[in-house]
Ligand binder design. Sequence first.
Ligand code: EPZ
Length: 443
Amino acid sequence: MADARPFHWEFEPEQVDREVFQVEGGRRLEGSVRISGAKNAALKLMAAAVLTGERCRFTNVPEIEDVRVLAQVLEDIGVTVDHPEPNVYEVAGGDAEWLFVPLEAAAKMRASFILLGPLLTRFGRVIISNPGGDRIGRRPVNLHVDAMRALGAEIEYRNGYYFAKAPGRLRGGLVTFPQVTVMGTENAMLAATLALGHTVIEPAAREPEVDDLIAFLQQMGAIVERTAPNRIEVEGTRRLHGAGHAVVPDRIETGTFVVAAAVTHGRISLEGAPSGHLDALLSIASEMGVSVSRDESTLHVDATTADLQPFRCCDIETQPYPGLATDLQPPTCVLLTQAAGLSHVTETIFEDRLEWLGELRRMGAEIEIPDQHHATIHGPTRLHGANVEIGDLRAGASLILAALAADGTTTIKGAHHVHRGYEKIDQKFLELGARIERTAEGT
Ligand code: EPZ
């Protein structure tokens, strides 16, 4: 492949869905990259800002498509959103004019459903589209709706929309979930901050992004705290005030680059990597023979000696935090293709999240998938270039990892999925010595 041409950073809108990555594999990655703010924190923080009419300022916001989509949804309902400089957003909830989250927003991004709790508790009513599923499973929102009802909301579902209202104010109560739900926890917590009285949420998700949201809500004047590992309690207040917050670094991006170093037998320093949020992946990586060390806020991964012997195989099972994140299952599976022996994968969170392994097979991986929740990966296998297609953003980033480790050139269709959640990922890989180019399909 010719040397990577300068990036076409801006495509015409109609081109975006035909974006491809061209990756030439077989090169060690070496150098350092800065980890961006977490997508799954930034989206909820921006939604929380509508709980107050005052201005909120967020820094370390990742420049990704999902943030741009949510900013647009907020502006569409009448919330002021300013983007004064890269990685900085300011949201002034004011009095949202339209308490309506349209189908297009939900179709583009399931996370727009996080607006249910804040809009309902602040304004007493909202019409919001059912976000539906995507390529990793059905993705229902019944637990969110049950939580709102537990706080006194009346919600009806008609023609693709939830019509929610809270006569007077929501009232505090006991929100119990039959299973851990990250955004269900967050929606309930956001709604409870302005509800009348005391709310207990359990089991409450333990993901670091939930704690980042708690920290921001406390800065806004909310009375909310994690009173036990799986319990969050809230004392409702009449109003909250504006605040500033830096988005927590992205543990999923960090894990993706840990695997990138490992599978290319490279050496990468990850600046600003979150500490303590990746223990499950790092213990798997070190069990497999990947050397990881940390100084202050930089994580160092050195797999240059991995040439000597393949990684050791390892069984993995996704779990709610602090277990192995389901979002890290795709990158970890790429690493397992380079491990000697049989590795067993159990995906417990989403029913379709192993589907992407079919694309990895096209690159030479030897994988059996007996059912929706289990896979067996034989290794080590030499991966080779192929034409593959991305279904969801985490699988997309993982196909880039596989392409970096493969012999030859890989064309990855659906690059726009990756840009939903990874800031300038191709630029970051280029800076590490990868040969990767983003082009419009067919050019
Ligand atoms: C969040 O999704 C993340 N998204 C996901 O990351 C992440 O994979 C997931 O949590 C991990 O659990 C954001 O934070 C924006 P859940 P969320 O509610 O909250 C079922 C990415 O790529 N469920 O924790 O939607 C659900 O089907 C994304 O960044 C219901 O049955 O996930 C799943 O099986 C992918 N009813 C399980 O619970 C509901 O009402 C856990 O889902 C809600 C969820």
